[in-house]
Design a protein around this ligand. Structure first.
Ligand SMILES: C[S@@+](CC[C@H](N)C(=O)[O-])C[C@H]1O[C@@H](n2cnc3c(N)ncnc32)[C@H](O)[C@@H]1O
Length: 217
């Protein structure tokens, strides 16, 4: 159940300014290997949100080979520099990301970590301006308390796959991943510390701002 008609996807992708050839190579790799990257429309949204918030510290949970990381890193670079954490439990993907981000001239901004992402966030020093999660969907509900400890007041939480290819609105879908996304969605929308919405790009991305009045967790 695609959220956006293919003609609109092509139209929107045609409007995004030409990407560096390395990003285009990464997109071609995803198409060839059916690897689920966020794609250029969401990448552009992440760049925009990073620039709009002036973010200098970004933490990514479940990073793949660095495509979404690259968009955050371009935003942080254009904000004057900072740190983008790339965390994935596959060593080969981490090595591949190091290669791509070096080719993009962004490696000095990115901190690479191989391991379980929620544990890495729990262990990380300090707080973050943006946290983006794209981990296994069953892990979404348990990640929220850790995210709340690490997200700055005024910071953004971004979470991919909120529509889960339409399964969240299919009453017959009761598998663990779908239920986990529903549980997480209810929790974040019901949390007075966050102002939340879902942007219907690709598979639906949560954009939630942690209110400044939030007490330090
Ligand atoms: C959907 S891909 C990420 C794609 C990336 N956001 C992009 O657009 O370039 C998710 C990756 O995170 C890894 N992953 C899933 N859950 C994880 C977890 N809890 N800790 C670390 N890595 C995880 C998966 O193995 C996979 O490589």
């Amino acid at each position: 159940m695609p959220l956006v008609d293919g003609a609109f996807v092509s139209y929107l992708e045609g409007l995004i300014p030409a990407r560096p050839p390395v990003l285009q190579d990464m997109e071609a790799y995803a198409r060839a290997h059916r690897f689920p990257i966020v794609g250029p429309m969401m990448g552009q949204l992440f760049y925009l949100l990073t620039r709009a918030t002036g973010a200098r510290r970004v933490f990514e949970l479940g990073s793949g080979y660095g495509y979404s990381t690259a968009w955050f890193a371009m935003g942080v670079r254009d904000n004057g520099g900072g740190d983008v954490f790339h965390v994935v439990w596959d060593d080969a993907l981490s090595r591949s990301a190091r290669g791509y981000l070096a080719q993009l001239g962004l490696a000095s901004i990115v901190r690479f970590h191989v391991g379980e992402a929620v544990a890495a966030l729990r262990a990380a020093e300090g707080r973050f301006d943006i946290i983006f999660s794209d981990i296994e969907k069953e892990g979404y509900p348990a990640s929220l308390p850790v995210i709340k400890q690490r997200l700055n007041p005024g910071g953004l939480l971004l979470v991919d796959n909120m529509y889960w290819n339409g399964k969240v609105v299919d009453r017959r879908a009761t598998d663990a991943d779908t239920e986990a996304i529903r549980t997480f969605t209810r929790a974040i929308f019901g949390d007075p510390e966050f102002a939340s919405t879902i942007v219907p790009l690709r598979d639906g991305v949560l954009v939630a701002r942690r209110q400044e009045a939030a007490s330090a967790a």
